[in-house]
Write a protein that binds this ligand. Structure first.
Ligand code: ZN
Length: 176
């Protein structure tokens, strides 16, 4: 297990469309472990394999403790994820580990259902609302080479602010 460097915007590898995983072997298991370690080290709520330069359709999500939308406080591993159902719309604050120092507002589906394989290769579905729905859409966008700034209605540079002043919504956007 290891923390890998997260690619930053401008790196052409972030724009690659990731390929489907055909076989979940030991190297894929190691990659998943590294994605989890890297996401936690960066205090993100999600991370896609494309963000560490691996063009495969794998992402991990872990909601902060106490998130009411979360099914359970545990990491969700998504292999070959696909959105199968959407409803509603919401303007959400969003940030990305590959675009540090910025946050934006983006229109996302409020509810999504995603079909994927887990790390044992078994198909499952995850239903998300709010932050989980947002993270699912954000990570699947990464696997298609899309960054939130491509679709955001507004993007702001975050100033260096004292922690007590960071209650302003855009600076609270969870990085993914
Ligand atoms: Zn991101």
């Amino acid at each position: 297990m290891a923390v890998r460097p997260i690619l930053q915007i401008g790196d052409p590898r972030l724009r690659q469309k990731a390929k489907r995983v055909s076989r979940i072997d030991d190297s894929i298991q190691r990659l998943i472990d590294d994605l989890i370690d890297t996401m936690r080290a960066a205090q993100g709520v999600g991370l896609a394999a494309t963000q560490v330069g691996v063009p495969l359709r794998i992402a991990v999500i872990e909601l902060p403790p106490g998130e009411p939308e979360g099914p359970k406080p545990e990491v969700i591993v998504l292999i070959n994820p696909q959105i199968v159902r959407t409803s509603g719309e919401e303007l959400m604050d969003e940030a990305c580990l590959s675009i540090p120092g910025f946050a934006g507002e983006i229109r996302r589906f409020r509810n999504v259902t995603v079909k994927a394989l887990n790390r044992q290769g078994k198909e499952f579905r995850v239903k998300g609302t709010g932050l989980l729905a947002q993270a699912l859409q954000h990570e699947i966008d990464h696997l298609d080479g899309v960054l939130y700034v491509d679709r955001a209605e507004r993007v702001e540079k975050l100033e260096e602010r004292a922690p007590s002043q960071q209650a302003h919504p855009p600076s609270q956007a969870a990085s993914q």
